[in-house]
Design a protein around this ligand. Structure first.
Ligand code: UGA
Length: 431
């Protein structure tokens, strides 16, 4: 089948690569000319495991193409995915202006039947609005269907997630669109759920918010553990073995970041509010998450007392491992707070340095490896659980630092082990 993807960011590009890998012909479109030029030369614009390799393979075998033209996208694909950004507005609601603009442009070029699929994360009722917009701007009586097909891939394992999802959710109104979506996903072997469009939209917001809730819940329990001297890893293990709870997303620490959870939780709160429901539970999820960041700073202060003039080695800038993405990463908040307090920040991340340099410029000393960052530091702050950090040579680190103190926002070490190496070690939910 031929399909088009409008918006070649994290979700769009990975979706395109995954469908091409399954044998479809895919045209990926973006209005960023530089990005499209790079992609035409088979250069992945983001770091994501397997992406470069799969991109090259698909291009070599003639299944993936790139363009800046929405007209070409409309001509090319029977199915047209909209995967443009839905960033938060100042109020926390999703900014749907990019989706609306794309819908208007699609309408201009629509000549024959197309299935238009919203894959960007959007508030409930967006599908309806896309449909109305298309109807308003389409000149002819050409038929089309609007489908909601939310994406559940995670950064860092995005290609694998896109190829082997737990489930595929398709919100659809007509038989014709359903048949086309069934054909599109024929080679994906997992439960496929067909719902109405609004249910599909809610499934996405509700799933991300639920996972965010799990994280805030375990962080709240971790705070209780600290107060009484219990161990959150033991508690999470004991809880997670209950099949109804499950062991995933029970890692306590500095809290969630990234381009999805913070934005989606706020957007779900906002859309609920506009529908007349006060989603108090989610408000607490967001609040608990942000408090963890301050808690991290407090732990540093408790160890160093005065932050001014102290050298802090920040290990980890990306919001999670295996990605170079720093959007809403706890590192940004923490580094800003340290700089405000007058600390000298030396930072290292295996993949996210270039993105972080754009934000902090020369205000942060970017180092070539973790040992350079730790040299002469008063404290080491761990913010991302990269394997490289879990495997660091603690004896070497101890010989390099000024004072051996680690504040660990991701609980990557066994406290006893690190303390036996001569470090003061602070983590979350563990004494
Ligand atoms: C998340 C969802 O997991 C995907 O299903 C969804 O498709 C995606 O958002 C999206 O909406 O596009 P992602 O943001 O890539 O994926 O990353 P996650 O692995 O979910 O992690 C999110 C944040 O939660 C990270 O900052 C991570 O460090 C944090 N986290 C995760 C914890 O603090 N504790 C945990 O136990 C798990």
């Amino acid at each position: 089948m031929q399909l088009s993807i409008i918006g070649s960011g994290h979700v769009g590009l990975i979706t395109g690569v995954a469908f091409a890998y399954k044998g479809h012909k895919v045209l990926c479109v973006d209005n960023d000319i530089n990005k499209i030029e790079k992609l035409k030369k088979c250069i992945a614009p983001i770091y994501e495991p397997l992406l470069q390799d799969y991109l090259e393979r698909n291009a070599r075998e003639g299944r993936i193409f790139f363009s800046t033209s929405i007209k070409e996208a409309v001509d090319f694909g029977t199915v047209i995915f909209i995967t443009v950004g839905t960033p938060p507005t100042a109020s926390g609601a999703a900014d749907l202006s990019y989706i609306e603009a794309v819908a208007r442009e699609i309408a201009l070029y629509l000549k024959e039947y197309r299935v238009i699929v919203e894959k960007s994360t959007v508030p409930v009722e967006t599908g309806e609005k896309i449909e109305k917009t298309l109807r308003r701007y389409v000149n002819t009586s050409v038929p089309f269907d609007v489908v909601s097909n939310p994406e559940f891939l995670r950064e860092g394992s995005a290609i694998e997630d896109a190829l082997n999802p737990d489930r595929i959710v398709i919100g659809v109104k007509t038989k014709r669109a359903r048949q086309i979506m069934e054909e599109l996903y024929r080679d994906f072997h997992c439960p496929k759920i067909f719902t109405n469009v609004k249910s599909a939209e809610i499934i996405k917001h509700a799933s991300n918010s639920f996972l965010a809730m799990k994280i805030s819940y375990i962080n709240a329990v971790a705070n209780i553990c600290e107060l009484v001297g219990a161990d959150i890893t033991e508690v999470a293990q004991g809880m997670g073995l209950d099949k109804r709870i499950g062991s995933e997303f029970l890692n306590a620490g500095i809290g969630y970041g990234g381009s999805c959870f913070p934005k989606d939780v706020e957007a779900f709160i906002k859309i609920s509010e506009s529908l007349g429901y006060d989603f108090k539970l989610l408000k607490a999820v967001s609040e608990v998450n942000l408090l963890q960041r301050d808690k991290f700073i407090r732990k540093i202060e408790e160890e160093l007392w005065i932050l001014k003039g102290k050298k802090i080695a920040v290990l980890g800038l990306s919001f999670k491992p295996k990605t170079d993405d720093i959007r809403e990463a706890p590192s940004i908040y923490v580094i800003n707070k340290l700089l405000e307090a007058g600390s000298i920040v030396k930072a290292y991340d295996p993949k996210a340095m270039e993105n972080a340099k754009e934000i902090f410029k020369e205000r942060v000393q970017f180092c070539n490896d973790l040992y350079e960052a730790c040299k002469d530091s008063d404290l080491i702050a761990i913010l991302t659980e990269w394997d490289e950090f879990k495997e660091m040579d603690l004896d070497k680190v101890k010989s390099l630092v000024k004072t051996p103190i680690i504040v660990d926002g991701r609980n990557i070490f066994n406290p006893e082990f690190v303390r036996n190496k001569g470090f003061i070690y602070r983590s979350f939910g563990r004494i």
